[in-house]
Design a protein around this ligand. Sequence first.
Ligand SMILES: Cc1ncc(C[n+]2csc(CCOP(=O)(O)OP(=O)(O)O)c2C)c(N)n1
Length: 631
Amino acid sequence: MTKSINTILPRIHRPGDVKGLTPEELEALAGELRRTIVRHVAAHGGHLAPSLGVIELTLALFRAFDLERDKLVWDVGHQAYAHKLLTGRADLFHTLRQKGGLSGFPRLGESPYDHFGVGHSSTSISAALGMAMARDLKGEDHEVVAVIGDGSLTAGLAFEGLNQAGDLGRKMVVVLNDNEMSISRNVGALSQFLSRKMTTPFLQRLKSDVEGLLSTIPKIGGDLAGYAKRYGDSVKSFFTPGILFEAFHFTYVGPIDGHDVARMTKVFEEVRTLDKPVLVHVMTTKGKGYEPAESDPTHFHGVGEFVPETGLARKFSGSGLPSYTAIFGETLCKLADKDETIVAITAAMPEGTGTECFRQTHPERFVDVGICEQHAVTFAAGLAVEGYKPAVAIYSTFLQRAYDQIVHDVCLQNLNVNFFLDRCGLVGEDGATHHGAFDLSYLRHIPNIVVMAPKDEAELARMMVTAFEHEGPCAVRYPRGTGVGAKVSRNPRAIEIGRGELVRKGGDALVVTLGSRVYPSIEAAMELQESGGPDAAVFNARFVKPLPEKQLRQLVAKYDRILVVEENALAGGFGSAVLEFLNGAGLLEGRKVQCLGIPDAFIEHGAQKELRAMLGLDKNGIKRSLRKLCK
Ligand SMILES: Cc1ncc(C[n+]2csc(CCOP(=O)(O)OP(=O)(O)O)c2C)c(N)n1
């Protein structure tokens, strides 16, 4: 990575500024964008390989369309760093993903050129179609363009959009950014279909073979050959992925080189004149132009700080402890060694969920379903009906997609499906679209399910055993990052369902908490007492459902000040569960109960630590709340 000063990027203030550049300037601009993105991500972390792969595509879109009028919708939005740099945000780019700075994803309100907020995948076609219909209703005539990756195209939602778009026939362009990768290599029959190698020489040979064959037929052969020549493009599309999209009534163009700005610009200029749905299939290389990312696009999909010259991770400055994700993956493999009915399911995130090791150790019982969370859950229900114990490992935020499948297919039938929800609570720099703020709320009101949250690594392993031993659906939720270094037993024991533990004694107040907030609560109580403040007991409830009601009843009787602490939305979360119980049991009378949690707002991006401090959910915040409560 050579350091160089940008000369063209500072001249680009709005998308239209890209239009007047010469081919040489365009090439230089692509280089400047790459260097700027690599430098920033190396220093602060972020989504690197997806953004590097679409630099030329972004330039071509900006040249062919008029983004002062036309609407551009990026799918997921993790690839939109060049878009941000070219739409008047270069001066703020150094604040990307930091508290108070630019979001890591397109976002309504951040810029007039961000036409739809994203973070979760496969929404672009539906959103763009809605915009196209609104345009037509209003009598406007701008273009609407959706850019979707081949990974994101595997989701049902994308196909629901395609299906309706083809039927409505409204003018819109879908750009399929095909790099044959999701975060890992893309999976599924669609991916195999898209990646058939239909090279131009092959297609030309095929066409001339067909023409040659037809012309040998006496009398009508010449006419047929002419017909075949005229309809050569249709013949070609029959053998390329076009056939799939044409079945959805899209005009298919491609596949074309997604790093050739001139060719793509020409194609986009042509398709914008068509008055119907068009799909342009571009082939890109994930991580393009930065060797470490090109050779390991999975690692560089979303990455922490690294040395730009080498791509190597910066010297580790963290705790050195394994993450919850790693503990989960390791424990799952060990449990599956002994129990042949355990099946691991991931929705396109084997690395992120820690299930990659399961793929290695138990390949026949490992399934990556692609970005299809809804399918993952119902598929798991099918396995469970047949006596298997599926472990569905999905981030809290992405499992939101599968709410009805959890209710209708799993819990209503009381099936043995175990959900392992990673990234629960505040996740940090990915921000509002990615915080796992709602899972306790969206799970705990569903009949039959057991919902638990471990205070540390050892308890995570025990809860996993509990889940697999329990007949019926279970969910275990744990946070992003590392635990406290608690040693995981070689033979973790199950925990009695609905049983919590008193982890600190104290006479002045009671803190009721669970999961990631147990240790900060203990530390807060200790420091408060040491500084002469009130002496609080801390109860680790472990279970949100069923609540440890018997223990709570006995404990609460001894206190008139109670603080409930959770890292979930206050609305409908753990605090709500405790309040409902206390109210129902007639235990609220004469007691002051306060709930600490995530307020009724979407929480911005920023470091996990900063966000917890901002919401008063860290040790100091809990101390402050306790002091106030005990005044
Ligand atoms: C609903 C949902 N599930 C999972 C994710 C996590 N995720 C982010 S990007 C990505 C892969 C997307 O692949 P593709 O659309 O091909 O884009 P690429 O990264 O290859 O450019 C995944 C699984 C997500 N953002 N949304």
